[in-house]
Write a protein that binds this ligand. Structure first.
Ligand code: EPZ
Length: 423
């Protein structure tokens, strides 16, 4: 495992370009398995989760041709296996989309339970509820989920909780089902719309993605030779917007869709951060004192749960007491203990973190406990006095393309070293 050595108290200035959305790519690549043909996907982020997903899909018979670092041609013509049970499946959450894609193509799937960041229980009961409603039999044995269906038939499915993964997985299984499927209480994240747009470009008939009612009319076949460009990653974009504000810098965040950032932009303005929106970029700068704020995470278009760890670093710089209420996951404040090692004054009360502003952060050895917690540690290191050492960097590599290069291009001072040599 590598670690990062970060020399803090550097104002981030300049321009940073955002990569393609991880959580769109993790749905779009499995969606290509529905096709016995070729398609091209552009603006794929070059991150660890995608590399692992690609390895799993190749083991199923898919072939990938690298057009460039962020463009892939996917040939799923010879995909013959519907069994994905290797250990890679458990290394990240996004592997769960192979359930819907393989069920949609073969009416069968045998997959290992997905992994994913450890912030509380991550059930998949709503995914299974959707698959069963479409006519699949679901058996769980030896840590594998076995899905079989004689036929997939459209159904009305009401999600008991707003679930990004379940919404996408049901879409994947329903696009070739007979008849109409309705997903009610669907998640509305931009990456869900992007995945639906990709499926529709292949000839699927999906309406309402981005609203809480999605209607899918099953089609017999999908068509290939589609070229799809993935939307910008709103969570990566938000991470850099917060980094600019937390370091009192001035950064133009490029290749973003400002509408996707509205909940964060509004919160930053509330905190006395300056925001200037352009067509596909947002300038963020902060010179004056920051005002405290309360954040409550909610499904899109509310404040994204994936941005609350980085946001905590910003709240630590504000005047007064702020709070973060985490309404999506039941244990997503473990990173607070790492920030406390840097001098953060904060306490966690159930699903709420109470954050004392004006906390002087000093460099310390901290661990990336998950992907976004790791980003929070890096941002705290950029703010802190002295050197911060962030270990478990592979968590960060899972979801942020070239984060060290991007931050250093903005004036950060970060070195990546091998953890084994202890330098
Ligand atoms: C997706 O996770 C993202 N991951 C997460 O991003 C993100 O935090 C989350 O959506 C919320 O936006 C991917 O897209 C790969 P959910 P997912 O199903 O699908 C409960 C990152 O850092 N639930 O929307 O697992 C669940 O426990 C990652 O990029 C059920 O109860 O999230 C949670 O409380 C972290 N039953 C809530 O719903 C289910 O069957 C929302 O989870 C499914 C979910």
């Amino acid at each position: 495992m590598d670690k990062l050595l970060i020399r803090g108290q550097r104002r981030l200035k300049g321009e940073v370009t955002i990569s393609g959305a991880k959580n769109a790519a993790l749905g779009i690549l499995p969606a290509a398995l529905l096709l016995s043909d070729v398609c091209t996907v552009e603006n794929i982020p070059n991150i660890l989760d995608i590399a692992i997903l690609r390895r799993i899909m190749e083991s199923l018979g898919a072939r990938f041709i690298d057009i460039d670092e962020n463009t892939l041609r996917v040939d799923a013509t010879n995909v013959s296996s519907y069994t994905a049970t290797g250990e890679d499946m458990h290394r990240f959450r996004g592997s769960y989309y192979l359930m819907g894609a393989l069920l949609g193509r073969f009416k069968k799937a045998v997959v290992t339970f997905p992994g994913g960041c450890n912030f509380g229980s991550r059930p998949i009961d709503q995914h299974i509820k959707g698959f069963e409603a479409l006519g699949a039999k679901v058996e769980i044995e030896h840590g594998h989920i076995k899905l079989t269906a004689n036929k997939l038939t459209g159904a009305n499915i009401y999600l008991d909780v707003v679930s990004v993964g379940a919404t996408v997985n049901i879409m994947l299984a329903a696009v070739k089902a007979e008849g109409i499927t309705t997903i009610e209480n669907a998640a509305k994240e931009p990456h869900i719309v992007d995945i639906a747009n990709f499926l529709n470009a292949m000839g699927a008939d999906i309406k309402g993605a981005g609203t809480d009612i999605i209607r899918i009319r099953g089609v017999r076949e999908l068509k290939g030779n589609v070229v799809h460009c993935i939307i910008p990653d709103m969570i990566e974009a938000g991470t850099y917007m917060i980094a600019a504000a937390a370091t009192r810098g001035d950064v133009l965040v490029k290749n973003v869709i400002p509408k996707h950032m509205e909940s964060l932009s509004a919160k930053l303005v509330e905190m006395n951060v300056k925001i200037q929106e352009y067509d596909d970029s947002i300038r963020v700068w902060a010179k004056d004192r920051l005002t405290r704020a309360n954040i409550k995470t909610l499904p899109y278009p509310g404040f994204p749960t994936d941005l609350q760890p980085p946001a905590a670093v910003l709240l630590l710089q504000a005047d007064g007491i702020s709070t973060i209420t985490e309404s999506i996951f039941d244990n997503r404040f473990q990173y607070i203990d790492e920030l406390k090692r840097m001098g953060a004054k904060a306490r966690v009360e159930g699903r709420m973190a109470v954050i004392e502003g004006g906390s002087k952060l000093t460099g310390a050895p901290v661990k990336a406990l998950d992907l976004r917690a790791g980003a929070a540690c890096v941002l705290a290191g950029c703010v802190a006095e002295g050197i911060t050492e962030v270990s478990n960097v592979s968590y960060i590599d899972r979801g942020y393309e070239r984060m060290v290069e991007k931050l250093n291009s903005l004036g950060a001072d970060i070195r990546r070293v091998s953890d084994s040599d202890g330098t």
